[in-house]
Design a protein around this ligand. Sequence first.
Ligand SMILES: Cc1cc2nc3c(=O)[nH]c(=O)nc-3n(C[C@H](O)[C@H](O)[C@H](O)COP(=O)(O)OP(=O)(O)OC[C@H]3O[C@@H](n4cnc5c(N)ncnc54)[C@H](O)[C@@H]3O)c2cc1C
Ligand code: SF4
Length: 338
Amino acid sequence: MNLPSFQYFEPRSVKEASRLLRQGKGRGKILAGGTDLLNLMRMRSETPSFLVNLGALKELSFIRYDKAGGLRIGALTSLAAITESAEVRVRCPMLAQAAEKIASPQMRNAATLGGNILLDTKCPYYNQTPLWFESGIRCLKAGGDECLAVKGEKSCYAFWSSDTVPPLIALGARVKIVTAEKGRWLNLDKLYTGLGDKPVKIAADEILTEVLIPASSCRMKGAYLRFSQRETIDFPVVSVAVAAAVSRQGKIARLRIVAGGVDSAPKRLLRAEGLLRGKIMDGALAPAAAAMAAREVAPIKDVFYPSRFKRDVLRALVEDGILAALDAKEKRSPDGEA
Ligand SMILES: Cc1cc2nc3c(=O)[nH]c(=O)nc-3n(C[C@H](O)[C@H](O)[C@H](O)COP(=O)(O)OP(=O)(O)OC[C@H]3O[C@@H](n4cnc5c(N)ncnc54)[C@H](O)[C@@H]3O)c2cc1C
Ligand code: SF4
């Protein structure tokens, strides 16, 4: 399917990119790897009048670790670079595991971390061809009057299903958002609105430039698990990231459990976390926390999966994720430092 026509810009700096976007008053879009955006444009779900390609901004592609600050990853870093980075594999292995599950090797060469963090939500009634829309079936997000997945509803419930985001939130990641004049840092989980048709809080002239995983999180153990229809080239149906730190006495001192695919934003499973925090792991705790997690979510039924099925999958992934995370070996740096 052809792309619609659009103007194309290749700015030489983040400031220039932000100014171009501001002048466009919402009619322009940032192009990173294009693996999601260009598909949406082919489907005519997105019709920006111009694209601002960040490809020339090599300074946004980097992976750096320092003991005090933590692990910093530029927004334009490719998913392939993340999976191959010794620094990421040792400091935050579950991020490398998650990136490795995305799409295919060819797509991971083009796809970027920033694009994955700002991925649009997905829904079988919206991610459709122009032919489908010509038949008159148009839901709220596609400009119609009401939601088709939850009949008659005036809100959108499309699912958040980016793979890198649950691990990043579990690791307490922060993101830097920049305009031509200023920059701000915010906790990654604060970037999401929970609204299926407008999932991220980012202004038209704002650019995500980097992600920071604090040094204290780089010492946490972790696991990322997902269920998808196909092993490769497919989005997760449900995903779970668990990050944990255990005290010298064997108690779970810090813990975050984050799910994808069950809501319009990545979801912290706070009650399940509360059940485990401060406890010494025993055989009954992981299933109890997993059952609690399943009660914390209410995924809508979509055309492929009933809500009950997603809850059951989530319960299994949370139980396995807790056990896998707590079993994960203590981490060592590439140079042997603990
Ligand atoms: C067949 C197929 C399978 C896929 N499988 C998966 C999967 O398993 N898991 C998964 O998570 N994803 C999957 N994807 C989606 C997509 O490939 C990835 O999410 C990818 O990481 C998106 O990154 P990108 O650089 O290509 O983003 P783009 O498509 O370039 O951009 C995505 C969005 O982010 C915005 N954006 C990008 N960078 C910035 C920035 N720095 N600042 C502000 N806004 C920005 C763009 O304007 C756009 O709205 C799949 C896609 C396809 C087509
Ligand atoms: S959840 Fe409803 S409004 Fe949102 S994309 Fe799906 S059908 Fe459309």
